[in-house]
Design a protein around this ligand. Structure first.
Ligand code: ADP
Length: 245
């Protein structure tokens, strides 16, 4: 399997004496999909921020393959092929689905950046391939403004895929989605993983179950439990701090 292992070792983040992350260690293998759950304030967002270089660890190491991310700035980390999708989609309403993907291809990073001057065969077929992967081929000529909430989220995932990330970080992708949209999103992320690593932060446990992958439960900035969804849901520590509420 090509790609890099994501490795957090003993990561602590202090904000004015408060430990948002407390000695957190997590490994995500190349091609793995990992769901991260935990109550509000558990440190999920801070963990994503530390991986992308938005926040620097006070202590500990973050590595992606041979790269020490703790010494890199956000742009350099993005250039390694680490993409992040925030909860709120940032697509361009006035542009069509195809044009949004085209714009993402033109962004100056990723192995496909060389195609950006010639929207000829190769670039077009790359856009069409991603359009198909996210299930929006029939909507190619529609402006993003008229897409449903779920379709906008898939379009933004597609825009990230245009950058050919090795690791995709996804923040609460199914918040506000219908059941059908949630199912589509689980299937999409399952397809993406394998070729790339995916870390998904999510509250919706049914969605996490549908992903069918290893789950990490965070609590008070550290790892409380890890394993299959059935394992963590039955872990008494998890029931006490999270699921039992
Ligand atoms: P989650 O995403 O799991 O809800 P966060 O990572 O957002 O948790 O936050 C973890 C803890 O760190 C929370 O108690 C939050 O209030 C605190 N925190 C996060 N960012 C900051 C910051 N910039 N300054 C001070 N405290 C922060």
């Amino acid at each position: 399997m090509k790609g890099n292992q994501l490795y957090l070792d003993g990561v602590t983040v202090m904000f004015d004496g408060f430990r948002a992350l407390n000695n957190l260690s997590i490994i995500v293998e190349p091609g793995e999909m990992r769901a991260v759950i935990g109550p509000n304030g558990a440190g999920k967002t801070t963990m994503m921020d530390v991986i992308t270089g938005k926040t620097r660890p006070t202590k500990g190491t973050v590595r992606f393959g041979d790269h020490d991310l703790t010494r890199m700035d956000e742009a350099a980390i993005a250039n390694l092929g680490i993409g992040r999708k925030f909860q709120k989609p940032t697509v361009f309403d006035a542009l069509t689905v195809f044009e949004n993907l085209e714009l993402a291809l033109k962004a100056p990073r990723g192995p496909f950046a060389c195609l950006r001057w010639a929207l000829g065969g190769a670039a077009r077929s790359r856009i069409e391939q991603v359009q198909d992967e996210i299930g929006l081929t029939a909507r190619a000529g529609d402006r993003a403004a008229i897409l449903s909430h779920g379709q906008r989220q898939w379009l933004e995932i597609g825009m990230l895929l245009m950058q050919d990330p090795q690791l995709l970080l996804v923040d609460e992708p199914v918040a506000g989605m219908t059941d059908q949209e949630t199912e589509h999103t689980a299937a999409l992320l399952r397809r993406i993983a394998g070729e790339r690593s995916v870390v998904v932060v999510e509250h919706d446990l049914e969605f996490v179950r549908a992903l069918g992958q290893k789950v990490t439960v965070l609590h008070e900035g550290t790892m409380l439990s890890e394993g299959a969804i059935d394992h963590v849901q039955n872990d008494p520590r998890v029931i006490e701090v999270y699921l039992g509420r």
